[in-house]
Design a protein around this ligand. Structure first.
Ligand SMILES: NC(=O)c1ccc[n+]([C@@H]2O[C@H](COP(=O)([O-])OP(=O)(O)OC[C@H]3O[C@@H](n4cnc5c(N)ncnc54)[C@H](OP(=O)(O)O)[C@@H]3O)[C@@H](O)[C@H]2O)c1
Length: 415
């Protein structure tokens, strides 16, 4: 499948998570790129009316919805049902590129299924890499090695040609690395906006409401990632993601707070040079780069106006007020069981914060408990079944109403 698309033929795309923040922006990008890129499969979790409307507009061959509710689809468009629907769409032999905009570990199996049949994946989804980075990168590296043997300059001779990051920081690093050798990289710098509470005293954290935490200063994103940005858990997850994508040890991946969100990330080289990628905070740019790579095409994202930006500020992150960053780093150093526990716990913690049963500092407390309780021990390279089971176990343990008083301290459910 990697030899497709045939010259002159459209690139055929499966879009997973089409109803979400990334998914709807990907629909916008792909609509503008038509007819050279064509959506042949769509999947969302629960938004039936939205995916029906997308199907009428994009005319895919197949659509799936997580609830399996019957859909009203146009003629020629089949509904794919069942627990393996996402995998079935991702591994279709008429798909050249899978774009992943789902939240959670639900996309781990579909991403592996796509790579195993030699289909390129562009992913915004963090959970796939944070929990299963060891699995997906092994597939991407094997595919790239096959290409490199024939032609080292082939864009698919790099694992990043196969597993293309959409997350803006990782896209920025990827863009900085084009034409460079990984051996020349001294380190990575991930930028963080710092979120809405960058200057809020720690003493005020217990009173932070979901409404305030959902007001991100620079990016417009889904609710989960917006709360993760406020706690800096998002940056912690991105450090783990970067470790897997670029194969660098954690001590060579730094985080710098940059409130304007114009510098999306940077790479330090061994000669002392620093390369950064700058852009307006618009996810359509990294989505499009991953879709059209190695080509750059006009996009709806506005270019950065450096004079209007005026000044760009940078400062060190405060891991005392924002312990989630430290906890994620520590989980990464332990291994994939720990990061899988972290990501499952984070989904529970954010859900509970939004529901009002956990306060803002309680999010980090819950993460720390989950990593300590479920992350340690041998077997730090779990298989998919083990990861999915661990995810369910952590969720069940911490989601229960009794799994914490909700006002900052979270007891260990196993205690
Ligand atoms: N939003 C951003 O700007 C941004 C930036 C960088 C990275 N990311 C990452 O991208 C991922 C998605 O984020 P988001 O903000 O777009 O989340 P979101 O708005 O919550 O969207 C998630 C999507 O996943 C779908 N989904 C959930 N379960 C599914 C299932 N079983 N089958 C099919 N689809 C399913 C949802 O469907 P329904 O809505 O229909 O239920 C929705 O379309 C996350 O990993 C996030 O960290 C997001």
């Amino acid at each position: 499948m990697a030899d497709r698309p045939r010259p002159g033929a459209p690139v055929r795309v499966a879009l997973l998570g089409s109803g979400g923040s990334i998914g709807t922006q990907a629909v916008d990008v792909l609509t503008r790129l038509a007819p050279d890129w064509r959506v042949v499969a769509l999947a969302t979790g629960s938004r039936a009316a939205l995916v029906e409307e997308q199907a009428r507009r994009l005319r895919p061959a197949a659509v799936a919805i997580g609830t399996d509710a019957p859909l009203d689809l146009p003629t020629g468009c089949a509904q794919v049902r069942g627990p393996d629907a996402l995998e079935a769409l991702a591994a279709r032999d008429d798909v050249d590129l899978v774009v992943v905009g789902t939240a959670g570990v639900v996309s781990l199996r579909p991403v592996l299924a796509a790579l195993r049949v030699g289909t390129v994946v562009a992913t915004a989804n963090k959970e796939t890499l944070v929990a299963g980075g060891h699995l997906v990168m092994a597939e991407a590296r094997a595919l790239a090695a096959g290409r490199a043997a024939a032609d080292p300059r082939d864009p698919l001779a790099s694992p990043l040609g196969w597993l293309r990051p959409i997350d803006s920081e990782h896209s920025a690093i990827w863009q900085c690395l084009v034409g460079e050798a990984l051996a020349d990289v001294a380190g990575l710098i991930l930028t963080a906006s710092g979120g809405p509470f960058l200057d809020t005293p720690a003493g005020d954290f217990a009173g932070i409401t979901p409404e305030r935490a959902l007001r991100h200063p620079t990016w417009s994103m889904g609710a989960k990632i917006t709360i993760d940005s406020a706690t800096l858990a998002n940056k912690g997850l991105e450090v783990v993601e970067a470790h897997w994508l670029y194969g660098l040890p954690y001590e060579r991946i730094d985080v710098v707070v940059h409130p304007q969100s114009v510098v999306h990330s940077a790479v330090r080289f061994r000669d002392g040079s620093l390369k950064a990628q700058l852009g307006t905070p618009d996810m359509r740019l990294p989505i499009q780069y991953a879709v059209t790579y190695p080509r750059r095409l006009p996009s709806p994202a506005a270019a950065v106006d450096l004079v209007a930006a005026g000044h760009l500020d940078f400062r060190a992150p405060d891991e005392v007020r924002f312990p989630a960053l430290r906890i994620a780093r520590e989980a990464g150093a332990i291994g994939s069981r720990a990061t899988a526990a972290l990501i499952a716990a984070d989904e529970v913690a954010v859900g509970r914060f939004l529901a009002g049963t956990l306060d803002f500092p309680g999010i980090a407390s819950l993460l720390e408990r989950a990593v300590a309780r479920y992350g340690s021990g041998p077997g730090q390279e779990p298989g998919v079944d083990e990861l999915v089971a661990l995810d369910a176990e952590v969720r069940a343990a911490f989601a229960a109403p009794g799994a914490g008083p909700g006002r900052g301290t979270v007891p260990d459910p196993a205690a």
